[in-house]
Design a protein around this ligand. Structure first.
Ligand SMILES: Nc1ncnc2c1ncn2[C@@H]1O[C@H](COP(=O)(O)OP(=O)(O)OP(=O)(O)O)[C@@H](O)[C@H]1O
Length: 641
């Protein structure tokens, strides 16, 4: 074989299985060998840009007599060459001086070229570049040389195409890796016949595998939490048996003892022999999601339990209320009470706020209960708050609730009474005792129909019907600056006044009858009637403690009575606490409430009715002033006027 053809055969052989990172070097060396063999001054390879619009020199060999070709834009510098190449043809120029195309001619001469041979580099029908052989003097290009160089041009074109494809693959692999890393996805490939598992760094971290240690499927299975293992093995078997895909969530126990939840997906690939060749897949750490799910499930279970409890409590409370109501059914016969009850009938179906006024013990709470029970909200329990019994500092959190940590000592979240009463009725007893700041908040709730828990400015909508009660003359309290006028008007939309018992003596007989029946039944006493003289005495007594006092008197009488006729002694006015000289001994055996009342009275008298401060009644009794005040209210103790 002639020398040139042998060279071409040798060069072509070098490109077989040539790693892509060596292609450039071998092309450069080949260009030099060809140029030297054929006595050519310069050999240049240019590649078309990715958009196919231009080209630039990428490989070049030049002898000393001719400078390397520095063409930057082949489109503008050698348009004729490019036109020929795009047509898929070879440009053969014996003497550049004969070229008609001036641009090409001038630029060829500028680069010291007098003769040129240019081959298109075509892959898959697409022009990828050009291979040019140049001479500093005019020369002929024999057919044998042209044929041989065209062959080598094809070899170069294919090598460059392979290098490009390799590069693109590597880039896309790098991008995928980057994306997988960014998404914290671990990629793995299981070579099934060789039983080796390859994984990205992330995958190794996920599965707790050392960076360089070889991994087999057995090692992976050993890492599984034992209860998850059979399920994962089954899923792998199914994928290998033909299912193809695999998706499982399982726990991996790391060598350092920690357990992580992993979600893995995989795809099986079969080899030419029809057997599973490899499985490729990805895994992500879902520990946090799983923990959140568990916490949510636990919370839901807790909510369910609480809901059940609440339902039970509700049933219990309703029964309690019904029983309680049975005992305090409103006994009345007087015209004034009938009028009040008629008003209750009118206002009950509406959502209007109601203000009940009346002396202590006249039955304000009983009336509020009756109103709620006659309203469309009767299906839910009425929520009660005694404003006098709650220390001023706590009243707001009691009414509106508070978030955990709203203030020092607020250890848990507290639902306020307004929220509890949502959809029902809130009974604010002793509303006149509400501190001014709490009054302002109450007014806002009534206007906006939403509350804000302490420590959380997010408003919560509530639908609450308000019934307020007070033994005070609120108009006077407003005048004295102790009660907000605007709140007073808001509450006083529908006022109900309960007259004292002394002004509705007609109610006394039914009340006596009702209490006697209640206590006789509760104590198992066979009482059939009340002595007429007793009834007369009761009617003559002014009842400063109102119905509560009457009830206590009857309770005591039933306790003391033996036989079927009940004798009731009304308290002597002189001995009445409100008269200021209580004497338990004088009144004979007394109920606990009476003993408590007379003791409080004695202390109050001794302190000149001073409740608060050093040596005040509260301090002597070892009670908080607010507690003492609320007890005084309950027991009907008032400073004599
Ligand atoms: N009309 C009535 N029929 C039967 N019992 C009544 C009636 N009115 C009041 N009572 C009873 O009298 C007692 C005092 O009533 P209640 O607590 O409703 O009064 P109050 O005006 O709210 O008192 P305070 O102002 O001290 O809170 C309760 O035991 C209640 O059951």
């Amino acid at each position: 074989m002639p020398h040139f053809e042998m060279l071409l055969a040798e060069l072509s052989a070098q490109f077989v299985n040539l790693p892509s990172d060596r292609v450039d070097g071998v092309i450069n060396a080949s260009l030099q060998r060809i140029a030297e063999t054929l006595g050519i001054d310069r050999a240049t390879l240019g590649e078309v840009t990715a958009d196919g619009q231009d080209g630039f020199v990428t490989h070049c060999y030049a002898k000393a007599c001719i400078p390397p070709n520095k063409v930057q834009s082949v489109m503008t510098e050698v348009p004729l060459v490019m036109k020929t190449l795009f047509a898929g043809e070879t440009l053969i120029v014996r003497d550049v001086a004969d070229l008609e195309e001036a641009t090409d001619r001038e630029n060829f001469l500028r680069y010291g070229t007098r003769a040129d041979l240019v081959f298109p580099l075509i892959v898959g029908g697409e022009l990828r570049g050009g291979l040019a052989f140049s001479s500093a003097t005019p020369r002929d290009w024999p057919e044998r040389v042209v044929r041989g160089l065209r062959l080598i041009a094809d070899v170069f074109a294919n090598a460059l195409a392979r290098r490009r494809a390799d590069q693109a693959l590597r880039e896309s692999e790098a991008q995928m890796r980057l994306a997988a890393e960014a998404a914290q996805v671990g990629l793995w490939v299981w070579d099934i016949p060789g039983d080796t598992l390859w994984g990205t760094d992330r995958a190794r971290t996920l599965y707790g595998m050392a960076a360089d240690a070889p991994v087999t499927i057995g090692l992976f299975l050993d890492r599984l939490v034992p209860e998850d293992r059979p399920r994962v093995e089954r899923a792998i078997q199914q994928a290998l048996a033909g299912g193809g895909t695999y998706r499982e969530e399982y726990r991996i126990r790391h060598p350092d003892g920690q357990t992580r939840w992993i979600c893995a997906t995989g795809q099986c690939q079969w080899g030419g022999d029809g057997r599973p060749g490899r499985m490729m897949g990805a895994g992500i750490d879902i520990t946090e999601r799983k923990q959140a799910e568990t916490a949510l499930r636990r919370a839901l279970a807790e909510i369910q339990t609480l809901k059940d409890q609440l339902q039970q409590e509700n049933v219990y409370l309703r029964r309690e209320i019904e029983e309680h109501q049975g005992a305090t059914r409103i006994a009345s016969r007087s015209d004034s009470m009938r009028r009040v009850l008629a008003q209750v009938g009118q206002v009950a179906p509406t959502p209007a706020s109601v203000l009940i006024t009346g002396e202590t013990g006249t039955g304000k709470e009983v009336l509020a209960t009756a109103l709620h029970e006659a309203s469309p909200r009767r299906g839910r329990a009425m929520i009660r708050v005694n404003c006098a019994a709650i220390p001023a500092a706590l009243i707001e959190s009691e009414l509106f609730g508070r978030e955990k940590g709203a203030y020092t000592g607020a250890l848990a979240r507290q639902i306020g009474r307004f929220e509890l009463a949502d959809g029902s009725t809130l009974f604010l007893d002793e509303v006149g005792e509400l501190p001014l700041e709490a009054q302002a908040k109450l007014l806002r709730v009534l206007q906006e129909k939403e509350i804000e828990r302490l420590g959380n400015p997010r408003p919560i909508k509530v639908d609450v019907r308000l019934i307020a009660a007070t033994h005070r003359d609120l108009a006077r309290e407003v005048a004295a600056g102790r009660f907000r006028e605007d709140l007073y008007y808001r509450l006083n939309v529908f006022p109900l006044h309960l007259p004292p018992l002394r002004e509705r003596r007609d109610d006394l007989p039914p009340l006596v009858e009702s209490f006697v029946e209640e206590f006789a039944k509760a104590m198992g006493k066979p009482i059939e009637a009340v002595a007429k003289s007793s009834l007369k005495a009761l009617l003559n007594y002014p009842w400063p403690g109102n119905i509560r006092e009457l009830r206590n008197v009857i309770e005591r009488a039933v306790i003391l009575n033996s036989g079927s006729l009940l004798r009731i002694e009304p308290p002597t006015l002189a001995g009445h606490p409100a008269a200021g000289s209580a004497s338990a001994a004088q009144a004979g055996p007394a109920t606990l409430a009476e003993v408590e009342r007379s003791h409080i009275l004695r202390v109050l008298e001794a302190t000149g009715w001073r409740v608060r401060g050093a040596a005040g009644a509260a301090e002597i009794l070892g009670l908080k002033p607010s507690t003492l005040e609320s007890r005084m209210l309950k027991l009907g103790i008032r400073r004599p006027v």
